[in-house]
Design a protein around this ligand. Structure first.
Ligand SMILES: CC(C)(COP(=O)(O)OP(=O)(O)OC[C@H]1O[C@@H](n2cnc3c(N)ncnc32)[C@H](O)[C@@H]1OP(=O)(O)O)[C@@H](O)C(=O)NCCC(=O)NCCS
Length: 354
């Protein structure tokens, strides 16, 4: 067992002030390691988010703490039976492990592995996915025997450097090249009357994202997911903006969405952008992204950056982003390992430590 600390499951709903104190200290330390120049989400918003159960996933959180200090954090999740998309996602477990920098290389992360295996077996999961942006994370995951499956990066656009003339050109060309296509801009939640039509069209676009070799199930967004997502956004006063194009037959041919929040006023998050495969090559991607950018520049004149995540292999998206001026900020990799390979590593643990 780890000197001075025992793994303990955390019940976020009943956790007391002592837990939250050490949790926020851990969060600040982790933030300092990965994004020291970014605003940290306020404690009250973080607590509200964590206390809110996901209707779609079974979630686990554990800590190792000693003398009021959280030394290590372990979280895991898997799809809830009966939810949309469960059948193609039920074999997957997703996990995250963190050890305080001053307690690394003492075998603490390894002590989570038997628990990880137990949880995977409890839910019949055959593959676990763990992502990292840190050198230490890569080293640990390679030692574990996990394989890199998806490489990507957070890319950032400095708004002060944007060529607004080019942005306006992209907007003009968009409507000129597709005169029958209608552009729609939504600030805040999409009207509920739209959800039933929008959700399956968004799902089909999301399923065109390249995930390289990552084992993932179908992405299914339903109106229930949208309701939950909006409730979650509202907790932190996050404002979503959506720009889409619609063809004369009503089909949505392209979607892009962003979020902004007062507690991170300097950074706009550029989330998904997708163009239907049968509508590609008409400049719709440039049209919606440029429209969004010009719109947000007007709404949030004090924002400094737009941040977005992209797969390294997503050539069309990266090409548009590069032209706009996005530059790589933090590279990341998703690893996966099969249940039996993990079990073999777990079996080796006591011998390794004796
Ligand atoms: C990744 C992380 C959880 C590892 O925690 P840890 O307690 O130091 O890991 P362990 O001591 O159990 O390491 C097990 C083995 O992994 C390998 N390893 C771990 N960190 C390593 C590093 N920085 N360099 C080289 N090898 C490393 C070693 O083979 C190690 O065994 P050894 O020390 O006997 O040689 C920790 O470094 C961390 O919190 N990193 C940032 C968060 C992160 O990236 N998390 C996601 C990935 S899990």
């Amino acid at each position: 067992m780890v000197a001075g600390g025992v793994p303990a499951r955390v019940d976020l709903k009943s956790a007391g002030a002592d837990f939250w104190k050490r949790y926020h200290a851990y969060r600040a330390l982790r933030h300092e390691e990965s994004r020291p120049n970014d605003p940290l989400r306020p404690a009250d918003i973080e607590e509200m988010r964590l206390k809110r159960d996901s209707p779609f996933d079974i979630e686990y959180r554990y800590e190792i703490a000693t003398d009021g200090v959280l030394l290590s954090w372990f979280s895991g999740s898997t799809s809830k039976p009966g939810t949309a998309g469960h059948e193609s996602n039920k074999h997957l477990f997703w996990s995250d492990i963190y050890v305080r920098p001053d307690h690394r290389r003492q075998g603490i992360a390894s002590t989570w592995l038997p628990l990880l295996l137990e949880l995977m077996d409890a839910h019949g999961c055959s593959v676990v996915g763990i992502g990292t942006e840190e050198v230490s994370g890569h080293a640990f995951l390679r030692w574990l025997g996990a394989e890199p499956k998806l490489s990507g990066a957070e890319n950032r656009l400095k708004l002060a450097d944007v060529n607004w003339g080019m942005v306006q050109r992209w907007i003009d060309e968009g409507s000129q090249r597709s005169p029958q296509t209608r552009l729609e801009v939504y600030d805040g939640h999409l009207p509920e009357a739209m959800w039933a039509d929008f959700a399956p069209q968004l799902s089909s676009l999301l399923n065109t994202i390249p995930f390289e070799n990552l084992d993932i199930g179908e992405i299914v967004v339903t109106p229930d997911h949208m309701r939950d997502w909006y409730a979650r956004l509202d907790l932190g006063d996050e404002r979503q903006h959506t720009v889409l194009t619609r063809e004369p037959d009503g089909v949505i041919s392209a979607i892009t969405d962003t979020t902004w929040a007062p507690h991170r006023a300097s950074i706009i998050e550029q989330r998904f952008t997708g163009v239907r495969p049968d509508a590609r090559g008409r400049g719709l991607g440039k049209w919606i992204k440029a429209t969004m950018l010009a719109h947000l520049h007007e709404l949030y004149p004090d924002a400094k950056w737009v941040a977005t995540e992209n797969a390294g292999s997503n050539a069309p998206m990266l090409a548009i982003n590069k032209k706009l001026g996005y530059k790589e900020y933090r590279a990341s990799t998703e690893y996966q390992i099969g249940r039996d390979d993990l079990a073999a590593r777990v079996k080796g643990l006591p011998a390794r430590k004796s």
